[in-house]
Ligand binder design. Structure first.
Ligand code: BF8
Ligand code: SF4
Length: 626
């Protein structure tokens, strides 16, 4: 294997497909990353500002050139404003995704969403109760309509606090109250972040960062939490489900359709269409053995969690999947969809379909999905995918898929534990499980693809730290074979014993990136059971290969919720040592947790182990030297 490919990814399928892409003359994200070197040092440090048209401005990090922008903003203000806007964009993306689901729920209630329905009525009723919506003796659809309206109020018109903030432990809510960062409205906090960062508004770098936390909390305990819960109501709450991962999930002799993006609204209907008898019969007429649906990124995770749909890959492999030549159609919704994909697909026979009114891409056909046309439109485009099988050329599928188990919602984890979190707590108290870590987030060509996720996860489970993961991290560890019951062979003795007895893997797939809120809910349950706060738990978060604004928002709501979080790539903040210090140290005093930055996953594992042992000691549990 050419060293060049080995340096880019640890995944065998990716290495082989990188070589194929080169052979085909197809450019990838890694090539473009190389072409961008050296990247702008001012931007990397957060020291450039283009908020207004007196600028753009930049601050000289060596103290020789300008130290203020045209308006007078210094490095601290510029760095804090840039970070604030990054978090606002991330929170907006997650929360708008949640809003789309609430709109589907409202359409279901009105009978205007053919094909959709209420799949988890228990969750509908329990959410309604949380929102103060009457349920007694009422029809599910009537409840759904009122719940959708109550959730919409969380977006716009709340005045004091978001409804789901009540799920956080009491002590945590006190922390937020004291700091004045309890999130009030989902859209309000994002809107206020944009307002504060307009020229001439908030020029206190500390107050900007505090609001950034509030904005992130409006995502974690608001928009993303609504996205996850409403998805469960509409499509079912995940249960442990066998699946498989890597590019080998594409089938040589079937029509392959790949769904990519984040929102399950379209992909659920595509899945139903792929299962319909008449379309399967058409595929057979074309000489294919059937229709094979596979996922990418978080849309893939949504289908994997609920239906065991196999996973073709994560963020950096989305172009490579096309280079297999085996994909008849890729259907995208929004977020993390590289604008290059249309061009990549043009080198093969793959048809590219965009589906969201708010997301267009060059080289894709736009077929807009709405709740009232989704079922029929899904059937139409799946038929077109089947017809495209005629044009298939050479196929290159050099790997076999790796088995995995998905579907670990909080409900499923508590179920596996026998109905209460107690056995997990007992195992933690007894020191068999030292603690838990959420390993989440993206891929980024700055870090060898999948290396951060897989190495960190391996070290943590070896040291008896239970790993829960989501997003592209979850795909990386599935491909590495960590998500089968047999993977306890990689775990330390205590974790091996507990997971072995429960017949669960040592690495639990908790879903897509909006599903990071499942980790918050689980952490709250553990903190409540111990009568303590999330920041006291022997737990940590990590985003070893993060790239996106959404991941920045997630990191901030984790920390603001009391979870020590280790980032792989450095955020663009090094232009202000004040901001760096606040985020990596000062926040400990404010919210009981802070960030660390460590691109080497071996070292990140040590940081997390130390943190877990430190928290154990403070809880009065036995602690080990790391
Ligand atoms: O929301 S992990 S690269 S696909 S941003 Fe994107 Fe990052 Fe993947 Fe999912 Ni999350
Ligand atoms: Fe320059 Fe200030 Fe305008 Fe930013 S807001 S571009 S620092 S003048």
């Amino acid at each position: 294997m050419d060293k060049r490919y080995e340096e880019r990814s640890i995944a065998q399928d990716s290495r082989l497909l990188l070589k194929k892409a080169d052979r085909d003359g197809v450019e990838t994200v890694w090539d473009r990353f190389e072409h961008q070197q050296p990247q702008c040092g001012y931007c990397e440090m957060g020291l450039s500002c283009r908020i207004c048209v007196m600028g753009p401005c930049r601050i000289d990090p060596f103290g020789e050139g300008p130290q203020r922008g045209v308006c007078g903003a210094d490095a601290d203000i510029i760095v804090a404003r840039n970070l604030g806007r990054m978090i606002a964009a991330g929170a907006a993306a997650h929360s708008d995704h949640g809003r789309d689901l609430v709109e589907v729920l409202a359409a279901v209630a009105e009978g205007k969403a053919d094909g959709y329905g209420i799949r988890d009525a228990d969750k509908l009723m329990s959410m309604a109760t949380e929102y103060g919506v009457a349920t007694d003796g009422r029809d599910a659809l009537a409840v759904a309509g009122d719940l959708a309206a109550a959730m919409q109020a969380d977006y716009g018109t709340r005045k004091s606090e978001l409804t789901l903030v009540r799920r956080a432990p009491e002590k945590r809510r006190e922390v937020w109250k004291k700091l004045g960062i309890t999130p009030r409205g989902i859209d309000r906090e994002t809107s206020e972040m944009m307002h504060r960062t307009h020229m001439g508004v908030d020029n206190g770098w500390q107050s900007l960062l505090l609001h950034a936390l509030r904005n992130a909390l409006s995502d974690g305990w608001g928009g993303s939490m609504i996205a996850t819960e409403v998805s469960d109501i509409l499509y079912g709450t995940p249960k442990p489900t066998p699946t498989s991962a890597n590019m080998g999930v594409l089938e040589e002799d079937q029509v392959n359709i790949v769904v990519h993006g984040h929102n399950p609204v379209v992909s659920e209907m595509v899945m139903l269409a792929c299962q319909s008898e008449d379309l399967i019969a058409l595929a057979r007429e074309k000489g294919a053995a059937g229709i094979n649906l596979a996922g990418l990124c978080c849309t893939g995770n949504e289908l994997l969690m609920r239906h065991g749909i196999p996973m073709a890959g994560n963020h950096l492999t989305t172009e490579l999947v096309l280079a297999t030549g085996a994909v008849e159609m890729m259907i995208v919704d929004y977020q993390c969809i590289m604008p290059s994909l249309g061009q990549t697909a043009s080198c093969y026979h793959t048809r590219m379909i965009s589906t969201s009114d708010k997301a267009r891409f060059p080289g894709m056909e736009h077929r807009e999905f709405h709740p009232d046309n989704a079922r029929e439109l899904a059937r139409t485009i799946v038929r077109e995918a089947v017809e495209n099988y005629d044009l298939r050329g050479e196929v290159y599928l050099p790997v076999t898929p790796v088995a995995a188990l998905g579907g670990f919602s909080v409900e499923a984890i508590v179920g596996a534990l026998g109905g209460t979190p107690e056995p997990l707590l007992d195992a933690i108290k007894a020191g068999k499980i030292r603690g838990a870590a959420g390993v989440v987030g993206c891929n980024n060509p700055r870090i060898k693809h999948d290396y951060g996720h897989v190495t960190l996860t391996r070290r943590l489970i070896e040291n008896d730290i239970l790993v829960v993961d989501t997003g592209c991290a979850a795909v990386a560890t599935a491909k590495a074979g960590f998500k089968v019951a047999d993977a306890i062979k990689y775990a330390g003795p205590g974790l091996k014993e507990i997971c072995g007895a429960l017949k669960i893997p040592p690495v639990l797939h908790m879903g897509s990136c909006v599903d990071n809120v499942r980790i918050l809910v689980l952490a709250s349950a553990l903190a409540d059971a111990l009568g303590t706060d999330i920041s006291d738990l022997p737990m940590a978060g990590a985003a070893p290969e993060w790239y996106s604004e959404k991941a920045a928002a997630i990191g901030c709501y984790f920390v603001a919720s009391g979870v020590y979080t280790v980032l792989g790539p450095m955020p663009p903040i090094t232009g202000s040592m004040n901001v760096v210090k606040l985020l990596t140290e000062g926040l400990n005093d404010a919210v009981g947790a802070a960030f660390a930055v460590e691109p080497d996953p071996e070292k990140a594992a040590v940081l997390i182990r130390r943190h877990v042992e430190e928290k154990r000691k403070r809880l009065g549990l036995d602690a080990k030297e790391v």
